[in-house]
Design a protein around this ligand. Structure first.
Ligand code: NAP
Length: 499
């Protein structure tokens, strides 16, 4: 392979994780880094998910970088477009454009042991080299479309919620929506506003709580802009009030009984028809799947042009969806709100570590890393938003910041020791995962529901089974007990001379 001068860091993906990593590198005085991004815009999941009504269910002042505060969020819960603008503004403010290669997707990454660099092959041709590779692609970026029979014969338009086809005018159309997760409950009311008919296919109902959303008034924005302490206090308040929910998710699911009662009375207030309400009431514990927040989902199901179908889908026909009771539900647009391949996030991308081992092989029975960040046999590789770093109760940006801080600490350690490679010790990773799986047994996520949190073996490979501050504390410490630091720069030069 041709010799390419390595970047100190190459970041894959320009969403929250990649942009945050880049800002922190810059702030730490590191300029030799590159971000490659497969799309032609930054924003990650907040670029991909442009469906009508897309918004976040974590408050704006918490769902943003602590090191890039924004005083003028327009509302308590940010909309997709406002988050996308925020991420764009981060790129401008930290002059990241010069580090960005847009429209470049990673195909293969291979660790070259002789020189301790990653060699990256991209889909646009150029081969890149990186001392450190940071995979910052997140977990929710590969749309999952179930393989229904007959799908290829469907005569109308079909698309996934994360690939919304804005060219299709839904006005007056018959629309079938498959799935009732976080995405579907946000866009179904908007679709119902314009479509002549909406048929919503529900496999299992989600728990839905009210969303206490409101816009910020001019006075509030003024105060948040001019009194930084107030902004910090608001962020801390949001953080603490969300973190207080952790025990119900991670240790004592029975604590959530009050939330279940609130969700039931929310449905009672908003759904007139008793049998419809029963169909919308989950049998599993609240929190086992993602808890959803919405004020307009239930009311839209009362509309005469919206039908909830709970019979299972048998096949897709040329003109709609057939359910197992034999009914064909006609539709000229089919929208899949069926989620993502969260436990197989890297898809076609091939990553080869030491001795040519592939990440797919290392993870053949499920994703495992230490702190979600580092994988044994894959030196100089860090994953942001990796295995078991998602949260069911708080802001994932908090977790990403902890991970970014850990990567910077590793880079500092490498510099201090003048080494070219850092690799998590296999026994440390194994012990970490044994403990993690033990904690996981007590969580609500293993109380019997089906969710994207679980991999094909039923193991929760996506969420952190503890307090988020507990995770952060663990990321603060980087030491040779956890990582093997191999070959100093001087020694490698000497070895090369001998060879
Ligand atoms: P999701 O939560 O995985 O929901 C997928 C839906 O599709 C579920 O209702 C699922 O039913 C259904 N489904 C899947 N396969 C099916 C099949 N073969 N037949 C029938 N139904 C099927 O996906 P999502 O709504 O896109 O949300 C994914 C995640 O993205 C969320 O959990 C959340 O973390 C994130 N998100 C966040 C926000 C936010 O506000 N922050 C907004 C949108 C998305 P079952 O429930 O029966 O499996």
């Amino acid at each position: 392979m041709e010799a390419v001068r390595p970047h100190r860091v190459v970041i894959i993906g320009a969403g929250f994780a990649g942009i945050g990593m880049a800002i922190r590198l810059k702030q730490a005085g590191e300029d030799n880094f590159l971000i490659i991004e497969r799309a032609d815009k930054v924003g990650g999941t907040w670029r991909d998910n442009s469906y009508p009504g897309c918004a976040c269910d974590i408050p704006s002042h918490l769902y943003s970088f602590s090191f890039v505060p924004k005083a003028d969020w327009s509302r308590r819960y940010p909309t997709q477009s406002e988050i996308e603008e925020y991420l764009d503004s981060c790129v401008e403010r930290y002059d990241l454009r010069v580090h960005l290669s847009l429209g470049v997707g990673l195909k293969t990454a291979r660790f070259d042991e002789a020189v301790r660099v990653w060699r990256l092959v991209t889909d646009t041709g150029p081969v890149l080299a990186a001392r450190i590779m940071v995979l910052a692609m997140g977990a929710l970026h590969r749309p999952a479309i179930p393989s229904f029979s007959g799908l290829a014969e469907f005569r109308g338009n079909a698309f996934h919620s994360a690939r919304w086809d804005h060219a299709i005018d839904l006005q007056g159309k018959e629309v079938a929506i498959i799935g009732t997760g976080a995405s579907a409950i946000q866009f179904t009311p908007r679709v119902a506003d314009c479509a002549s008919r909406v048929v919503l296919f529900q496999r299992t109902p989600p728990w839905v709580l009210p969303k206490h959303d409101a816009s910020y008034g001019a006075g509030q924005v003024w105060a948040l802009r001019h009194v930084p302490l107030l902004r910090r206090a608001l962020r801390a308040w949001h953080y603490i009030s969300h973190e207080l929910r952790a025990p119900a998710f991670i240790r004592f699911p029975a604590l959530a009984a009050g939330a279940e009662r609130r969700a039931r009375s929310h449905a009672k207030r908003q759904v007139d028809n008793v049998s419809l309400r029963e169909q919308l009431t989950p049998a599993d514990r609240i929190g086992c799947k993602r808890v959803l927040l919405s004020n307009d989902y239930f009311p839209c199901l009362n509309r005469s042009n919206v039908q909830l179908v709970t019979s299972q889908i048998a096949s897709i026909t040329p003109h709609g969806v057939r359910t197992t009771d034999g009914v064909e539900h006609r539709a000229n647009v089919l929208i899949f709100a069926t989620g993502f391949h969260a436990t197989e996030p890297f898809g076609e991308i091939e990553v080869f570590g030491r001795g040519g081992i592939s990440l797919a092989d290392a993870w053949h029975d499920g994703m495992r890393a230490r702190l979600g960040l580092a994988v044994a046999e894959f030196p100089n590789l860090f994953i942001l938003g990796g295995p078991n770093t998602g949260l069911g109760h708080n802001s994932v940006v908090f977790m990403l910041e902890a991970q970014i801080g850990h990567v910077l600490r590793c880079l500092r350690l490498m510099r201090r020791r003048n080494t070219l490679a850092i690799e998590v010790r296999a026994e440390v990773q194994a012990a970490f995962n044994t403990k993690l799986d033990r904690w996981m047994q007590r969580t609500v996520w293993l109380t019997g529901c089906r969710s994207w949190y679980l991999d094909r073996n039923g193991r929760n490979a996506t969420l952190w089974p503890g307090f988020s501050f507990g995770y952060r504390l663990r990321t603060l410490w980087v030491s040779a007990r956890h990582y093997r630091l191999s070959v100093s720069a001087g020694k490698l030069r000497r070895l090369r001379r001998i060879a």
